[in-house]
Ligand binder design. Structure first.
Ligand SMILES: [Zn+2]
Length: 233
């Protein structure tokens, strides 16, 4: 009898500890999941999930993100981070998301304009750099980390961005128009810069045109049809 009671007791303690750890795993995310997996020698299912997007005022958004090492990139949990970033971006909805926006201080971003051009995504760039920047255009931008606000700012008209894909292979993408602006906006996030640092006339979005502009780089709360459709696809 004592042995049975002891076994039941141990099982309950195990279940309690297990649930607590799994709870922490879901709440805290990447780091805790890694330590949990290592400690328990389990394989975590690669199911993408939506991470919390942090907002202006959070210290991670103001730090220069760290370069991603190749061994880090090959870690299944880092691959999971990439999947999660896409999932989070589509759900927001938005067209770009940088790792610091989900509280990960690493140099990578995801972009998907969700239009008819394959070169506009889905794209992930790890350790991105601009090899070319030219021209100047005026634009209106919004940001998932500064909800509901827009501002006017100047960006380069054309950029060429180089970096690594999720497998560690070199990538080079050319961006003009919205795609180019999105690349520049996400690159700024990796250097602890928000568009509001550069913008003028920062204001809440009121008109439909302004609300549509909010959705462009890198997203907003009230989405135009095409983003809403993408988010539920
Ligand atoms: Zn942003």
């Amino acid at each position: 009898m004592k042995i049975v009671a002891f076994a039941v007791g141990v099982s309950l303690i195990y279940a309690s500890v297990h649930e607590t750890v799994v709870g922490i795993q879901h709440d805290v995310g990447f780091v805790k999941r890694r330590s949990y997996a290592a400690a328990n020698r389990v394989i975590i299912e690669a199911v993408p999930y939506i991470r919390e997007i942090i907002h202006e005022g959070h210290p991670t958004l103001r730090k220069v993100a760290k370069k991603v090492r190749l061994d880090e990139l090959r870690d299944p949990l880092f691959q999971q981070l990439i999947d999660d970033m896409f999932e989070t971006m589509y759900h927001a909805p938005g067209i770009g998301l940088a790792a610091p926006q989900v509280n990960i201080g690493k140099r990578l971003f995801v972009v998907d304009l969700q239009d008819d051009h394959d070169e506009h995504g889905p794209l992930v760039v790890v350790n991105p750099k601009f090899s070319t920047t030219e021209g100047e255009i005026e634009s209106i931008e919004g940001c998932l980390s500064v909800p509901g606000m827009i501002g006017d700012l100047k960006r380069h008209e054309r950029v060429v961005c180089t970096g690594l894909d999720r497998f560690g292979k070199k990538v080079e993408v050319e961006g003009t128009g919205l795609f180019g602006r999105c690349l520049q906006h996400e690159m700024d996030h990796l250097d602890g810069v928000l568009y509001i640092d550069k913008a003028q006339n920062i204001r809440p979005a009121h008109t439909d045109e302004e609300k549509a502009a909010l959705a462009e780089v890198d997203g907003q709360a009230q989405a135009p049809e095409r983003f809403a459709e993408a988010a539920t696809a």
